[in-house]
Each structure stands twice: as C-alpha cells, then as structure tokens.
Design a protein around this ligand. Sequence first.
Ligand SMILES: [Zn+2]
Length: 348
Amino acid sequence: MSQTDDQNEIPGFLYQWDRDQALTQDRCFLCGADLAGGRTDEHVFPQWLLRRCDLWNEKITLLNGTLMPYKQMKIPCCSTCNNEHLSRIEQAVGDAFAEGPEAVAALDATTLFLWMGKIYYGLMFRELSLLADRRDPQGGSIVSPEFLTTFRMHHLLLQAARGAVRWQKDQHPASVFVFQAQEPTDPRHCFDYVDIINFPFFAIRVGATAVVAVLQDWGALAQAVTVPAFEAARQLVLHPQQFHEVAALAAYMTTLFNRVPKHLLYAGENHVDVMTLPLQGMSTKFVFDPFDVGDYAQVLSHVTGQPLEELYDGRNIVTLLRDGDNQPWAVPWPADERQYPDIRLMQR
Ligand SMILES: [Zn+2]
C-alpha cells in the first residue's frame, strides 16, 4: 500500500500511467495496447446516437474552430476494449436512453460515468491527432500529448470499463444529474452537448433525457451543496435552452471545486482499488470557492452563445429556470423554438 496522488505511480504492474496512457494513434486509447496487430475504431459519439439523432452528416465544431462530421469522430481502439468492454456499456446506455430519463437515472452509476467519461476523453483524444492549424504542419496538434497527460487520473478511472480499476461502493468519482428534456421535432435538434476543456465535465441531451456530470468531484456537487436552480430543473421538462443553463451552471460550479482529491491506490491481483480520502480532509475551507456572478455570466454566455451584455447587467443575471417568484419556470416557447427568448424582458 502506498499513499499517492496524481504525480505518483501506481504500485504493481496492472496499470501504469506512463506505459498505458496512449498519446499516439497507433495504440488503444483505453488500454494502451499496440495496434500493429489490428485496429478498430471506436466512435466518440456512439453509432446508436448518430442514428437516432440523424447526425451522420452533421458536423461538430472542434476546439480550433474546424468543422468535422460526427461520423469521422473516431479514435483508435483494440478489438477487446471496443467489442467487449465498451460495447457492453453502449448496449446498456443506448437501451436506457431509448426508454427515457427514468431508465437513464436507474442505470448503474459506474456504467453512466464510464459512458460520459469516455466521450469526454475521446473528444480530446481525437483532437490530439489533428493539427491546430492545418496550414502549419509543424505547429502541433489541437490537444498536445502533454495536456492529455494532465487527465491521467481520469484515464485511470476509465480503466473500470475493462475491470482493471474499482472504487469503493460508497464512493463514486462523479456528481451526475439526470433531467427530463423536451424533444424538438427535428431529430438533429434532439441532441446537444457541453464540455469544458480544463476539468472533466460533460453534459449531454439526447431525446427526452439530459445528463449533466461533474466527472471527478467525488460527489461533492451532488452531496455537499444545494443548488436551487438544479432543484427547479428537476421539476421541469427542460427546454433546450434550459439544458444549456443547467449545464453552464454545473460547468461553472466545477471550476469552483477547490480540492485535488487524494487517493489511496491498492494493487490487487487483477485490478487496482481506488480509495478516496475525505474531501474535507484536515481543512475547514469549504470544498467550493464562493460563487461569482460575473464569472458565471461568462460561462453562461459561452455555453448559450448569447452576448454577455444580454445576459448580465453587472448585477442581475438572466435565468430561464425560475420565474419571478423563484418557482420552476416552464418556458412557454416550444422546444423547436431554439432562439434564445428576448431576455431583456426577463431580467430579474
Ligand atoms: Zn484496448
């Protein structure tokens, strides 16, 4: 046994960061296996999702502003990880999304974490192979290998997909929130996602279900604080723009999380056990920094694509989640109406 943090190696030989986190395209993104003997492609966004939401020819905007078809969002994977471990997860999650929010909320927490976490990591891994500036082949990739190594703890946790890592039953890496969502008529509008680059966070809306996940706060957002806007959101069937707001709020809260969780890693015979030390630790400091409305306004503006000055007047910030009496607000516009409402009328 040894106490360790993100900088240290895991005892044993089962999984080693330096050895097993692939930073090149010739290895499995998950287990790090050399793919010279055979490579399969793992879709970052699963095929069932691309089919259901008619996304094959739709394009995703990458970090450098390039547009790429969803069908080309694929990452190198060995056939065992792809066809056994990850397809088992896709099956369970795809079935649950077909049923709706209750079924998604009832999914095994680890399964849902791994599904969200794989998409989040996969997006970055895909960008690792793309030039930041296509006119400058020497200029490096959108995401650098060094940057990807800062997500080594996340990569370690993803190893749970292949049974190589486990954590204790009463400890879970993520705070996950499942909401009901309105379904626009056009299937392509029944899909949306929000991620942030510097901390594992991912939110996705598929059909009637929206899921927001802080992937590595070890439950702090779900357990340590009450966020009134989330409470309101739980009582609503979220309009697409309300989904944006919930995602922006959770993404911003993620950046306020002020702990680097410490873990004890035990190497077992066929897996590594992760035990997380209490977040509060010896410090009396609260696990979240104080909420700053101005900072949050910038995140909200980024996620919604609305100009900052239309959302925030320096004092008040727009919300679509609660009405003037602080009650959950059922946005009267249909989900097809994707325009942001005229919020100058709604400042509160
Ligand atoms: Zn593999």
